[in-house]
Write a protein that binds this ligand. Structure first.
Ligand code: SAH
Length: 355
């Protein structure tokens, strides 16, 4: 992966990449008291952006931290709010000059954030704007946490639900994503329960099995988007690597291990995967599984000719699944007026910056 716009960080590390145990070890190795790590941690999770704000931490410790670390809460360089302000899309500037997107949604039951796991993406799905330039690099766990902290600062409220559904393929960045989930989950960190975290994947089968073995209680969402391999391969290159049969097997393994209900995401593209026959085939494929289907009429992007299904087709598709006893919802439109489809904001920002 090529990396652009590297900014000299003087060898400093992002302190958000450290969990409490790692910071304790660092403190000890650098001649400080272990318990200071906990003090520093509690400040970090109050979303402070500079070490000076940690007023009960001794000066010598703060100087040492300053020399070796930076607090990787990214700057929000652009924000777009939907008309009712309940959805805001942020563009976060990372330390190396790359930008990633996140979307904050305010619901009556709490605030939710959709974060990016990579700069760009290598999966190549036809309908997706994030993948147009490939993946530049994967994000660290601290860079994922930073998106949440920056958004909490901007919002002035706590965020209680996380969706790994922004740019990038989380299972193509497995280790960092797992560390992120553990850090988010930790009582010393954001303390967000695993059941409040959703991970969305295009279906990297061996990694789904590995995730199932960890026995996390997160929600797994599978971007299925087609009921047959012939159709799936037309929009999703990953379908050349893993068949739907293999994918369904790994989903069943996940359900068996974790007891968690899976979500199948199905982006409806006009005339491509939205016929009554497709709905019948999908119903047959997943009938009896502990699952739920989320239908998403695609957000159209300029770079291809794919069109969203019309309302009537969406309704018929949903009714067929429901008739087969499959719980189905249609994704609420939250960001159409702010260009919130995956990757669109980053792309337009980079185009502007390069002018
Ligand atoms: N790589 C992961 C997560 C990021 S994409 C995945 O594939 O699941 C998040 C979701 O948005 C996926 O279901 C993806 O297929 C969908 N998506 C991407 N572009 C879209 C578009 N233009 N319209 C509707 N859904 C889209």
């Amino acid at each position: 992966m090529k990396n652009t716009l590297k900014i000299d960080l003087n060898g400093k590390k992002n302190i958000l990449d450290f969990d409490l145990k790692q910071l304790k070890t660092w403190m000890k190795e650098n001649g400080d008291k272990e318990f200071r790590a906990k003090q520093v941690f509690s400040w970090l999770y109050k979303n402070v952006t500079t070490f000076d704000e940690m007023i009960n931490v001794p000066k010598a410790t703060l100087e040492r931290l300053e020399e070796n670390f930076y607090i990787g809460i990214p700057e929000i360089v652009e924000t777009f709010k939907s008309k009712n302000s309940e959805t805001r899309k942020h563009l976060f500037l990372l330390r190396d000059g790359n930008v990633v997107e996140g979307v904050v949604m305010q619901y009556s039951h709490g605030n939710s954030i959709c974060i990016s796991t990579q700069v760009g993406c290598n999966m190549g799905c036809k309908f997706c704007a994030s993948t147009l330039g490939g993946a530049v690099r994967s994000l660290t766990s601290g860079e994922m946490l930073g998106q949440i902290m920056a958004s909490q600062r901007e919002l002035g409220e706590r965020i209680s639900n996380i969706v790994l559904m922004g740019s990038g393929e989380p299972l193509d960045n497995f280790e960092n994503v797992i560390k992120f989930i553990k850090d988010v989950n930790s009582e010393d960190g954001l303390n967000i329960g695993q059941r409040h975290i959703t991970l969305s994947t295009c279906g990297i089968v061996p990694k789904i099995n590995e995730l199932a073995d960890l026995n996390f209680q997160i929600t797994l969402a599978i971007s299925l988007h087609a009921p047959t391999d012939e159709l799936r391969v037309k929009t999703m290159p990953i379908a050349k690597v893993y068949s739907i049969a293999e994918l369904i097997d790994s989903c069943n393994y996940y359900i068996k291990n974790t007891g968690r209900r899976i979500t199948f995401e199905y982006a409806l593209v006009k005339g491509v995967n939205d016929s009554k026959e497709d709905a019948e085939k999908l119903a047959k494929l997943i009938k009896g599984m502990l699952c739920h289907v989320n239908l998403i009429p695609i957000n159209e992007i300029n770079e291809n000719e794919l069109k969203r299904s019309n309302e009537e087709a969406v309704k018929i598709f949903k009714d067929i699944l429901t008739k087969h006893g499959i719980e189905t919802t249609v994704r609420k439109e939250m960001g159409l007026d702010i260009n919130a489809a995956c990757g669109q904001l980053r792309k337009s920002y980079i185009e502007k910056r390069e002018l």
